[in-house]
Design a protein around this ligand. Structure first.
Ligand SMILES: Cc1ncc(COP(=O)(O)O)c(C=O)c1O
Length: 452
């Protein structure tokens, strides 16, 4: 039974959650006041900031993390879904420690080849590999390679998807085709076309122009609410692209290693021309990868520049042996977990979490639906149509407040991101704890008032 202690007014309900957060996180607040004197808005990236001030954590272990006030949380943020093995997986830590004495940057280390060979073994499309530092770098280089290879200029992405920080893809994240923030000239996005993932006729028209170098797909459709298409749909897009000489690029920064050991392309049964990886690739160290067709990646081959197009790509810190060691250890574990059926188990845990959250909300008479894909769960506080169009227009304030309230009950999610990410370190007890925390939030705060 609900014990509602706040008024039914949305502003009061919101204020009660903020007060509870403030009461619990005095040291985070003090840290943030200090941090803002040096770091812009006190953080190292816009999404890490949330109101009234962000949480500061000091350590992590498995599926838990500890904040500066010494509270332990079930971590469902996982540093933006990077820690698919949880914090400090012993094999990853040992692999980094093993190489640490030799220094983190040496010239052309053999470990880069080890990583590339492991990617070739695991990822269906990986004929060749180029390593970089982040998902953003991987995306921008993949787009350059696609343009160099095809001699075309346009890129099609799908409305609502996020593909990193490069100017040309920071457009259409909101579903309206606007650029995200200032500082992005119209010319930077002039060759980026935002298409509707459901509209295959419209896509066919775009491809028929013969000017599209690549269709860029996040197979998880994560940013716009985890509204992934079916395998058939992606296969149809790949077939349409192939007949028009357009490349398909899978952005596997979210889906990679998370939906299956071979990523979204294994999960959906599509072999893209190029794919990009980041986040879980190195389980917390910084590494990105562009993988794909040997003939396409040959555009970056500096050993033979006498024929064919050439695309420049380089990065001072792309050969971190720490990152390589972590990636090798992590990918080896993903491969083993795949063979053991652990991906299905993790997906089942995410389903139990999604079902449990929906039931908890229903018991409190509050509309809530969840989307799940692999180990990711998204919440939508609505009883309207359960589709991408409707759900992408829901106001963010109520769901952000719910996530802030979860923090006050010991579950770390990120207000502003609306994700519950699970890792292989989240066992059944962790799911129980997240569900118990959800119940406590619904008992303690007037979440229904937030929707009024
Ligand atoms: C689908 C997708 N692509 C690319 C990126 C950019 O990766 P990074 O933050 O490592 O630059 C992200 C980051 O969240 C992402 O979700």
């Amino acid at each position: 039974m609900s014990i509602i202690t706040e008024t039914n007014d949305a502003a009061d309900a919101h204020a009660a959650i903020v007060d509870a957060y403030r009461a619990r996180t005095a040291s985070s607040r003090a840290w943030h006041e200090r941090a803002t004197q040096s770091l812009v808005s006190g953080v190292s990236g816009s999404v890490r900031h949330f109101s009234p001030y962000p949480l500061s954590c000091v350590s992590g272990n498995g599926c838990t993390t500890v904040d500066v006030d010494d509270h332990t949380y079930i971590d469902c943020f996982l540093c933006g879904a990077t820690l698919l093995l949880g914090h400090r997986h012993p094999n990853v830590m040992a692999a980094i420690a093993d190489v640490a004495t030799a220094g983190s940057l040496v010239l052309n280390p053999a470990s880069a080849t080890d990583v590339a060979e492991q990617l070739q073994r695991m990822v269906p499309s990986a004929e060749r590999v180029r390593l970089v530092n982040s998902g953003t770098e991987a995306v921008l280089n993949a787009l350059r390679f696609a343009r160099a290879f095809t001699g075309r200029t346009k890129i099609v992405k799908f409305t609502g998807t996020y593909h990193g920080m490069d100017d040309q893809v920071l457009v259409g994240l909101d579903g309206r085709g606007t650029r995200l923030g200032n500082g992005i000239p119209p010319s930077a996005v002039a060759d980026t076309v935002n298409a509707d993932l459901d509209d295959l006729v419209g896509l066919a028209d775009l491809l028929a122009t013969g000017d599209v170098a690549a269709v860029l797909i996040d197979p998880s459709m994560h940013h716009c609410g985890l509204w992934a298409a079916t395998a058939d749909h992606y296969q149809t897009i790949a077939a349409m692209a192939a007949t028009t000489g357009t490349l398909v690029i899978f952005d596997e920064v979210i889906s990679g290693f998370r939906l299956a050991p071979g990523g979204g392309q294994e999960y959906f049964g599509v072999t893209p021309d190029l794919s990009v990886f980041g986040k879980a690739l190195a389980a917390g160290e910084k590494l990105g990868a562009i993988v794909g067709r040997a003939d396409v990646l040959a555009v970056a081959d500096v050993s033979d520049r006498r024929s064919g197009p050439f695309a420049f790509q380089s990065g001072t810190c792309s050969d971190s042996t720490f990152a390589h060691a972590a990636a090798l250890a992590a990918m080896t574990i993903y491969e083993q977990l795949g063979a053991q059926g652990a991906y299905a188990e993790l997906g089942a845990r995410a389903n139990r979490l999604g079902d449990g959250i929906e039931q908890a909300f229903a018991r409190h008479g509050i509309p809530c639906r969840t989307n799940r894909l692999g180990p990711i769960v998204r919440l939508f506080l609505t009883d309207g149509p359960f589709d991408r169009q409707h759900c992408s227009r829901l106001p963010s304030r109520p769901i952000d407040a719910f996530h802030l309230a979860l923090i006050t009950e010991g579950v770390l999610t990120l207000p502003g991101s609306n994700d519950l990410f699970l890792s292989f370190a989240h066992d059944d007890a962790a799911i129980d704890e997240v569900l118990a925390a959800t119940e406590r939030v619904l008992d303690r705060f007037d979440i229904a008032a937030l929707l009024r």
